[in-house]
Design a protein around this ligand. Structure first.
Ligand code: ASP
Length: 316
C-alpha cells in the first residue's frame, strides 16, 4: 500500500541484542540513552537525504563506541580470554556487502567492514588478514586491555541466554559491561535499504569461532525489498540462513512481521532463541524476539522515535 508513496519516508530500527534481560536493566537509563543516541545519529543521516547504508553504519558505530554493548569495548571474551569481533554491512541497492570476522585488536569493526565493501573486490576478510587490512587502511590498533577494562554498571551478557534451556554456564573471565550484539536497518528517502551488525560473539566461544553477524544472508541481509539484522545464537541463525529466508518470505508476499515470526520459529527449532529488526521497501518495520527482551528502538515514517527493552515497555 505504501508503494504509492510519492517519496518514501525514512525508517530506522536498531537493536542492542536479544536475550534474558536482568530486571535492573529494564530501567537502564544508560542503555536507553545509548539507543537514543544511535537512533539520532542514524536518523540524522536519513533526514538530510543521506543513504540507508550511511545511516546504518552511523547507528551501529554509535552503539559500538558507547562501550555498553557486546560490540567493541565491553565485548565478551573467548575461552582463552581473547576478544574478537564480527561485523557486516550490506547495501540493498546493489547487494553490495562488506564484512570482517574474528577481528582482534581493532574497535570500530563496522567501519572496517564498510571499507572491505568499498576498497576491495571481496566481501569478507577474517582473522589476521582482516587485521592487516585494517592497519593498512589506517584504522588504529588497540591493546587487548582496551576491550576488557572493567566499566561501571557491569556484567549482563544477553548472549548467555540464547540456548534453549536457559543461561550458559560457560562464563569466561569477567569482561566489560556487555549488553548484546548491535544492529541497524534503514530505508532512505530514495527507497534504498541497508543493514549492519556488529558483535563480539558468544561468551566462552572457541578462538576462531565466527557467528552469524558477518555472514551475508544469516545475521545480516539487505536487498531491494527488505533489510534484516539478527541477534541470538549464531549457530542456529547460520543454519537457518535467517536473514535471507526472512527476506524471501517477505518477497513472496508475506507481511514482514509474519516473515520475522516464521524466521524466529525456524531458528528456535534449531535450538536458538533470537531477535531481529527488519524494514521493507513497502514501509513495514518489525522489531521481534522470542527471548525475554531485546534492547531496541526505531524511528517510524512520521519521525516518531521509540525505545524499548522488555516485552511491553516503550518510551521515546
Ligand atoms: N548472534 C551473535 C553471535 O552468535 C550473538 C548475539 O547476537 O548475541 O555471534
Amino acid at each position: 500500500m505504501r508503494i504509492s508513496e510519492p517519496r518514501p519516508e525514512p525508517l530506522l530500527a536498531i537493536h542492542g541484542g536479544a536475550g534474558a534481560i536482568a530486571r535492573e536493566r529494564l530501567d537502564d537509563g544508560g542503555a536507553r540513552a545509548a539507543l537514543r543516541a544511535a537512533l539520532d545519529a542514524g536518523y540524522g543521516v536519513l533526514a538530510e537525504g543521506g543513504a540507508a547504508v550511511d545511516a546504518v553504519v552511523r547507528a551501529v558505530a554509535s552503539l559500538e563506541a558507547c562501550g555498553l554493548f557486546n560490540a567493541g569495548k565491553g565485548a565478551v571474551r573467548a575461552s582463552d580470554g581473547s576478544v574478537s569481533l564480527d561485523a557486516a554491512v550490506m547495501d540493498g541497492r546493489q547487494r553490495a556487502a562488506g564484512a570482517v570476522a574474528a577481528l582482534a585488536g581493532f574497535p570500530g569493526a563496522i567501519e572496517i567492514a564498510r571499507r572491505v565493501m568499498e576498497a576491495t573486490p571481496h566481501v569478507l576478510l577474517a582473522g589476521p588478514g582482516a587485521e592487516a587490512f585494517a592497519e593498512a587502511q589506517g584504522f588504529g590498533r588497540v591493546p587487548p586491555a582496551f576491550f576488557v577494562a572493567p566499566l561501571p554498571g557491569a556484567a549482563l551478557a544477553t548472549s548467555d541466554a540464547h540456548r534453549e534451556g536457559g543461561g550458559g554456564a560457560e562464563d569466561g573471565p569477567a569482561s566489560g559491561s556487555e549488553l548484546g550484539t548491535v544492529g541497524a536497518v534503514a530505508r532512505d528517502r530514495n527507497g534504498g535499504l541497508a543493514a549492519a551488525t556488529t558483535t563480539g560473539g558468544i561468551r566462552g566461544k572457541l578462538p576462531g569461532r565466527v557467528g552469524d553477524s558477518p555472514l551475508v544472508g544469516a545475521g545480516t541481509w539487505a536487498d531491494e525489498r527488505c533489510a534484516v539484522s539478527a541477534t541470538g545464537l549464531g549457530e542456529a541463525l547460520i543454519r537457518s540462513v535467517f536473514g535471507f529466508r526472512l527476506a524471501s518470505w517477505q518477497a513472496q508476499g508475506m507481511a514482514l512481521a509474519e516473515a520475522a515470526t516464521r524466521a524466529l520459529a525456524d531458528a528456535a527449532s534449531l535450538g536458538g532463541r533470537s531477535g531481529c529488526v527488519a524494514v521493507s521497501a513497502l514501509g513495514e518495520i518489525t522489531l521481534m524476539f522470542d527471548t525475554a527482551g531485546m534492547f531496541r528502538g526505531f524511528v517510524d515514517a512520521g519521525g516518531r522515535r521509540r525505545i524499548a527493552i522488555g516485552p511491553d515497555d516503550e518510551s521515546d
